[in-house]
Design a protein around this ligand. Sequence first.
Ligand code: PEP
Ligand code: MG
Length: 753
Amino acid sequence: MAPTTAGPRVLLKRMREIMVERISPQARLDKIVSLIAANMVAEVCSIYLVKQGGWLELFATEGLNKTAVHKTRLKMGEGIVGDVAKNGRPLNLSDAPAHPNFSYRPETGEDPYQSMLGVPILRGSRAVGVLAVQNATHRNYGEEEVEALQTIAMVLAEMVVSGSLVELGEIDAGPKRDRPWRGQGVVFCEGIAMGRAILHEPRVKVEKLIADDIGAERLRLDKAISDLREAVDAMLATEDTVITGETRDVLEAYRMFAHDRGWLAKLREAVTSGLTAEAAVERVQNDTRARMARLSDPIIKDRLHDLDDLANRLLRHLTGKADTAAHDTLPADVVLFARTMGPAELLDYDRSKIRGLVLEEGSPTSHVAIVARALDIPVVGRIENVLEQIEQNDWVIADGDTAEIHIRPAHDVREAYRHKLALRAQRQATFAAMRTQPSITKDGEHIRLMMNAGLLADLPHLEETGAEGIGLFRTELQFMISSAMPRLQDLIALYSAVLDGAAGKPVVFRTLDLGGDKVLPYARPMPEENPAMGWRAIRMTLDRPALLRYQIRALLRAAAGRDVDIMFPMVAEVAEFRAARALVDRELERLAHMKAQPPRKVRVGTMLEVPALAFQLPSLLTTADFISVGSNDLMQFFFASDRGNPRLGTRYDLLSPPMLNFLKGIVEAAKARGVPVTLCGEMAGRPLEAMALIGLGFRSLSMAPASIGPVKQMLLALNTGEVSSFMDSLPERHEHSLREQLKLLAINERVPI
Ligand code: PEP
Ligand code: MG
């Protein structure tokens, strides 16, 4: 009963011949079904295709009543055919009428047929139809037959979507990728990007499906697999590729799959059944995608996604285009599209052409987002299935303000965004013009505006924004985007380059704030119940003083002959600060002992981001040279409200009486003892919040570079007296938030917020 193994090969050859015959599409379909029936030794062979509107319609049959063609219709999920289409997987039944989903259609005359094998005709993860064979006996179709029918279905899929079997308007052939599409994601990095879509990992279009020489295709497949394995091993082993935690996980998964026998056997079987190596990869890939679409478990889905990516890589090895798009000739305005991306991969592109980045996955704290922020590239992430919608070179808009993405936008949407971009450019020009203007309020108070940074790529923003210095340099970022622990010499070189770039403006280096979500790719992650309140920052570095000393050593060496400010993160008690400060003293002694040139001046300060430290101010202020309020963490611990939880994002307000009162106490205590105080959390960069902070008495604020312009514009129009008298009433207030009152005050005073 079983067909010979040569079956599908001969059949595919015959199909190719039928394709070039000068006959009508329906006649072609009819010939194909009788050919398959004969080849599969089946009494029935039918093709159902998905029509516009989602119905499955019988398009051709050998063995069933011809009068049922274009009459018999099933809903997605209805009957065995509907089940195969909906779930995108074959059903192999020796007793089809006994199947719970069996749906009897008298007009087809299918009563005598007991066994049935149906396979989906897949395009990506979606079925565009079903190919079914039936027999009168209770027959069990063998593995090889299922395989053969799937191979035939794949070739059919190509014929269907190329329009050679049916009029394309008649059927639903999957995502069209030719009409406007809008997606909603999450903002990873603000800003608006407009340009041409470039797929970071270009898709390979499989042109030739049927093999001329199966032996040669087998060899090509084996060679590509071994090249792929080598490439993955090399990526994992290389010293200079920056591989972060996430990327490493994905690469490890690639390596596992590249050696997975099941996957490789499926690929080889598909070649043996008569497909080219490329078509075999795509055929197996279609199964993976169909499985992915059925699953809801995010972890398994993730792994299948990895497998899908690996198949793409294999396709690129087969076609000799193994690289990402970074070294292709790119258009002038590029919006990159990727599932995920490592920071080094982004750095590989010509920065002058990249306007934006769109990711299917990732998180705002991912390393690529950090690098994109430093490079001022808008990023929108977590847009489900965006890669299915996009075609290389499509016109796109990525809106990193609203987290929207528009693919092939209509003319009016494009015009609206052109307008929005022009307005932005105008605002940027206004801010740039204010760059050299002193940041002094209307009543003559100087407010020191500093910027936050973390990478060398941030340094040019000092000049562009006119910031007075770097109020917070987050040193952990460099450690996080490196593939291995940076060497002392590298750290010295980096910190010196930062001081060189700052050209005499002050820089406050914050020592490593690791732990929580900031995990080093080369360190074993330690699962903790509450990582934000766990073994992180100064707690970790005081327990591992060698690491902290190593970093302090690099800072002191880099600052030879210059000023340097060192600050510790997450200090909860004065004793911790003193212990950390003692390490600076020891390193200074070491430097003296080695007769190396010391810095001109070292100031040692602390972040104030744990509420407990605010209750030790009298003692802290006698020993710290400066303090910097980290409102991001302070807020989360003050209200016991996770800073990363979107459900709590707006639940409590920084501009609430208790929080503002608390900040007021801190700034007043520091001023009373003449200790400089800055605020370097995100709130400093929002004009309304910055106005409130100035009202509380803050005269130094450190913020993201892009915020300096808007904050300066606000303070140039501000009378500090008005807002500070408003703040005098804080102790008596009991509202949830003072935001609206502060806005009103700003409007009345014509302060742009
Ligand atoms: C803060 O907590 O406010 C802060 C500036 O530090 P980070 O955001 O790096 O935790
Ligand atoms: Mg913090």
